[in-house]
Design a protein around this ligand. Structure first.
Ligand code: CTP
Length: 402
């Protein structure tokens, strides 16, 4: 396959060297198109050596070969990594004042961008509008991740790791539409149980794994119905795309209602949301205040087990999946997953180890998949997208042929 890797001018350009190397190792023909700014971070000889192809930045090089459109025309995939705020803006506006711009306009191949910039720039209304435009045109997006940025600050804006970009690119290249015709209902995020008008009991689930599942399923051709529980706008954004219908839910009771609406008719139901096991018995109508002169006592009552209810009502052939976040390790981790699968009578449990610094807000995950025969049928480590694809591979094998 022919892959064009556009590199724009950000410090993450150094990571794109590894990405190019991964594509070359796969046997692809790789053409790197850096912007002039990108060459201030990583020089031309590096790109030529690593891609094993000639590299230019200007539309005035190789004119007899009509290089300014030829690369885009022959590409099977165009990846822009890093994609800076400036390059994304130019893409959204269709500006073609360099070789990368003309290549992007000339191509009919899928385009994958890996944004990288400071949090303020990523969250600027201009960038948000440009990303919405690009997504609506079918541009695929991987990342950005949250984490330490070059200035010592931290937040969303860090380019996804080369392995994650490579995985997303490989799915696109394979044209994996293996979930075409399937309906997938998935919950993501964490419920919030109100205490009073300003407070709630919540949990640390960011929703990233559930969103990765929704996006991966949609990209693989499924019709996705997503129940989104209290997910930050940045995390939810990749799911705002064709093929995914988003319904928001707040508390466990809300989520139960939403799931009862989206599960019927679905081939696969995945409860990736972290649901509160208990809710507050008497939600205060007004804010609890110290003026009352006594420490409040909050009485909890148990919530219904949503996934167990969905499993009990499952339609013939429907596959119901629970997630389990456990603080145990090794054999005990699997044993707990097995007990949970039996107790809830679900078809599959995807279990991951969590802890104070593991699992929740991180970009990566490690998941074991326990099936109906209580055996571990799959194991996946890496970005939440890699884990999502591995779980979907298992689920596709469980859905009856259509
Ligand atoms: N779940 C649910 N409804 C609940 C609690 C959990 O549907 N009231 C679902 C979650 O979405 C997840 C799975 O059950 O898919 C496992 O959640 P977890 O909190 O790990 O399980 P619990 O049943 O709470 O078990 P325990 O407290 O013993 O760990």
């Amino acid at each position: 396959m022919v892959i064009v890797v556009g590199v724009s001018g950000g410090i993450a350009a150094y990571k794109a060297v590894h990405l190019v190397r991964l594509f070359v190792l796969d046997g692809h023909e790789v053409h790197v198109v850096p912007t002039d700014d990108a060459l201030r971070f990583v020089g031309l000889p590096t790109w030529e050596a690593i891609s094993r192809n000639r590299v230019t930045t200007s539309v005035h090089d190789d004119v007899p070969q009509v290089r300014h459109v030829a690369l885009g025309q022959k590409a099977d995939l165009v990846v822009v990594a890093p994609a800076t705020a400036n390059t994304l803006a130019k893409m959204a506006a269709g500006i073609a004042d360099d070789l990368l711009g003309t290549t992007l306009l000339a191509t009919r191949a899928p385009v994958l961008v890996a944004p990288a910039m400071h949090t303020e720039m990523w969250q600027h209304d201009a960038t948000l509008a440009n990303m919405a435009t690009l997504r609506s045109r079918g541009v695929h997006v991987v990342g950005p991740e949250s984490g330490p940025l070059t200035g010592g600050d931290s937040g969303p804006g860090r380019m996804s790791e080369p392995e994650a970009i490579h995985a997303a690119a490989s799915t696109l290249l394979a044209g994996r539409h293996d979930l075409e015709g399937l309906v997938v209902a998935v919950s993501a995020g964490g419920t919030r149980e109100p205490v009073d008008p300003v407070r709630f009991l919540g949990n640390r689930s960011s929703g990233r794994q559930g969103i990765a599942l929704a996006v991966a399923a949609a990209e693989r051709g499924a019709e996705v119905r997503l129940a989104a529980c209290n997910i930050e706008a940045d995390v939810l954004r990749p799911a705002e795309r064709p093929g995914i219908t988003v319904t928001r839910a707040g508390s466990a009771a809300d989520l139960s209602t939403v799931m009862a609406g989206i599960a019927p008719g679905a081939d696969v139901v995945i409860m990736a949301a972290a649901v509160a096991d208990y809710r507050v018995a008497d939600i205060a109508d007004s804010k609890l205040t110290k003026e009352a002169g006594r420490t409040p006592v909050i009485t909890l009552v148990e919530n219904e087990d949503i996934v167990a209810g969905l499993a009990a009502r499952r339609e013939p052939g429907q596959v119901v999946v629970a997630f389990a976040a456990e603080t145990s390790t090794g054999d005990e981790l699997v044993a707990r997953a097995v007990r949970k699968r039996r107790r809830k009578d679900v078809d599959v449990v995807a279990v991951n180890e969590v802890g104070w610094s593991k699992g929740f807000e991180s970009a990566d995950n490690h998941v074991l998949v326990v099936g109906r025969d209580d055996a571990v049928v799959a194991e996946a480590s890496g970005s939440k997208r890699v884990v999502a694809d591995a779980l979907l591979d298992v689920l596709r094998g469980l859905t009856p042929p259509r």
